[in-house]
Design a protein around this ligand. Structure first.
Ligand code: AVJ
Ligand code: FE
Length: 444
């Protein structure tokens, strides 16, 4: 967006902010007041906390820092500081009530639009002002995805509605199961993507060995076979930490699945109980479950450099692209993003979003668990604040890439890095498998 002339840049920033706000509004006006302040799961904040936290971060960064304006409400900063209060304790805080929260976020946004109209976007007070606007649009969308996960945990009648994604394309039956990603160097990360966050920077060369990657995410149908084969009861497929968690949490299927009393499975999806569709990517599995499945299938999870090479490397030019399909911003033909649908699309969908080597659905549908820890790239510099990434490095986290049906396009790209604890599965997380090339299998 930063290559645009300044008026177009202002317009594109305003549009991203407005799209985020429309979504936040939709996620909070569809439930009643009691539902907004209630904690639907110990893992999540009340919806109204996320909503006011969105406004508070926008106030801190855009009203006060970039705009240099007086605070709207300095008295509430502490309540909405994610580091001061863990999610489980947030319902007990003296939070703004829904009416106060709506007034607050509206007042903040009015000031922000004024700052956007009047401040120089290049070489602003703090950093490149345009970056901070982009960071805040991403931040709101990230919390919108978190609120969407809270909606999925919520018990009660369905309140969110969206049309189903298109049927699978006609060539899915002819898709190869896996493709070779040729070994060698590629450029990982970025120094030029304008809205890339600190942990995506800088661009640097990485060597990846030959490997094979599944052309689609692992489906419910395939995952069901793992369950039927006793995968949850066979310690061989689990890491030590994974098996300990499987025992402690008594895992036996993805979150939100239940047996239909015969051989089949049902799932609860945004308040509706329905048969689990075999051809959709599996979602709501933890890293440990993904890793166990991969072991059972005779494969493994990809590493983060492998995933990014598959998603960005163009063998014809040797260049790394912004997205698997090229450098164009995501459109509805490329990927299932933006909560346009409330579910992943069938495996093999979005041929127009395929990578040059034919890997599909790397962006959108489900976040993909990877067998990599969260560490900084060489040359990493925290900005604009240490708490976005730095404090999480080398914690108990595994990486996720590619975004889900609930991720907006401003909050994902080929370089975007997400992370969570390996036991978490209330997020829209799935995976695909990889394997090493066998000796002599690759001719060159
Ligand atoms: C990058 C998705 C792990 O939601 O915890 C939101 C993003 N950081 N507010 C999160 C974030 C601060 C973060 N993730
Ligand atoms: Fe936040």
């Amino acid at each position: 967006p930063v290559d645009l002339p300044i008026e177009q840049l202002r317009g594109s920033v305003a549009e991203s902010l407005q799209r985020a706000r429309n979504r936040s509004t939709g996620l909070t006006e569809s439930v009643d007041e009691a539902d907004l302040v209630k904690q639907h799961s110990k893992l999540m904040s009340p919806l109204i906390w996320d909503y006011a936290h969105i406004g508070n971060q926008e106030e801190l960064w855009l009203v006060r820092d970039v705009g240099g304006r007086d605070p709207v409400r300095q008295d509430i900063d502490e309540l909405y500081d994610a580091f001061k209060h863990p999610r489980a304790g947030r319902p007990q805080l003296p939070l703004l009530n829904p009416r106060e929260a709506r007034t607050y976020v509206r007042e903040v946004r009015e000031k922000v639009l004024d700052v956007l109209d009047t401040s120089p976007l290049e070489g602003g007070r703090l950093l490149d002002g345009a970056f901070v606007f982009g960071m805040i649009a991403q931040h709101e969308q990230q919390h919108d995805e978190t609120m969407l996960a809270t909606h999925q945990l919520r018990i009660g009648r369905a309140v969110l509605h969206a049309p189903p994604p298109p049927d699978a394309p006609s060539d899915v039956d002819r898709l190869p199961a896996e493709v070779l990603i040729p070994g060698g160097r590629f450029e990982m990360g970025t120094s030029t993507e304008p809205w890339a966050l600190d942990n995506e920077r800088p661009a640097h060369p990485v060597h990846v060995a030959d490997f094979f990657l599944d052309t689609t995410p692992v489906t419910n149908g395939a995952y069901r076979e793992f369950i039927a084969a006793g995968g949850y009861d066979d310690e061989r497929w689990w890491s030590e930490a994974g098996w300990a968690h499987r025992q402690r949490a008594n895992l036996s299927a993805p979150l939100f699945w239940r047996s239909d009393g015969h051989d089949g499975w049902l799932r609860r999806r945004f308040g509706v109980l329905e048969p689990v569709p075999d051809n959709e990517p599996v979602v709501h599995v933890s890293f440990h479950e993904a890793q166990a499945y991969a072991g059972w299938a005779g494969k493994r999870l990809p590493t983060e450099p492998e995933w990014e090479k598959a998603a960005r490397f163009d063998p014809a030019t040797g260049r790394s692209r912004r997205y698997p399909w090229g450098d164009a911003d995501p459109g509805p033909e490329h990927a299932n993003l933006g909560q346009r649908h409330l579910r992943p699309a069938p495996a093999g969908s979005y041929p127009d979003g395929a990578s040059p080597l034919g890997v599909r659905q790397l962006i959108g549908d489900v976040w993909e668990w990877l067998d990599s820890d969260f560490t900084p790239y060489p040359g990493f510099a925290a900005f604009p604040y240490d708490e976005y990434s730095e404090v999480f490095f080398r914690g108990d986290y595994k990486m996720l890439r590619g975004g889900s049906f609930g991720t907006d396009q401003v909050a994902v790209r080929g370089t975007f890095r997400n992370w969570d604890h390996p036991v978490r599965r209330q997020i829209f997380s799935g995976f695909r498998c990889a394997r090493d090339a066998r000796p002599g299998e690759v001719n060159r």
